[in-house]
Design a protein around this ligand. Structure first.
Ligand code: HEC
Length: 148
């Protein structure tokens, strides 16, 4: 058997498992969350149970169910105007893809989304590695998955 045909079978097998070729690593995502996010954010479900991070962490908004949620709508959190506008006017609903872009450059993301060079972010943090950003987005997608 030639190398090429083996590779083709390998690719076919991977397709059959239903896994993307570059599966995101939610375990690394959990580590990224602990190292880079939980100084400002936690994940708390509707019953008040802390699923990640520390209780009473309110520097950043609760990230429970963030994937699929409109930007800037956690009750009682004082967002910057630009993020609220991104959700309410530009229609941003966080997908893993949008999140990866936001996490690597929150201010740049808001400027581009709002087409406004004066847009500001109150999240003074950037994830340096795109794969870490993708892993933490996949990790966050495991919380608050819609039922039914
Ligand atoms: C230094 C504190 C800080 C760190 C570290 C931080 N954030 Fe944030 N984050 C914030 C603040 C503050 C906001 C609100 C931004 C605004 O209003 O412009 C925010 C907003 C967000 C939002 C938008 C939420 C919404 O309701 O629309 C997401 C998603 C998010 N952060 C994810 C992350 C992730 C994932 C990490 C780790 C990789 C992280 N943040 C690290 C402070 C932080």
């Amino acid at each position: 058997m030639t190398f090429a045909s083996k590779a083709a079978i390998g690719a076919f097998a991977l397709t059959m498992t239903g896994l993307p070729a570059f599966a995101q690593d939610t375990e690394n995502g959990a580590t990224v969350f602990q190292r880079q996010c939980q100084n400002c954010h936690n994940v708390v479900d509707d019953s008040g149970e802390v699923l990640a991070g520390r209780p009473n962490m309110r520097t950043g908004p609760n990230l429970y169910g963030v994937i699929g949620r409109q930007a800037g709508i956690v009750d009682g959190f004082r967002y910057g105007d630009s993020l609220v506008e991104a959700g309410a006017e530009a229609g941003v609903v966080w997908s893993e893809e949008e999140l990866v872009a936001y996490l690597q450059d929150p201010r740049g993301y808001l400027r581009e989304t709002l087409d406004d060079n004066r847009a500001r972010s109150q999240m003074a943090f950037q994830v340096r590695s795109e794969s870490d950003a993708a892993d933490v987005a996949a990790y966050l997608a495991t919380f608050g998955v819609e039922e039914g």
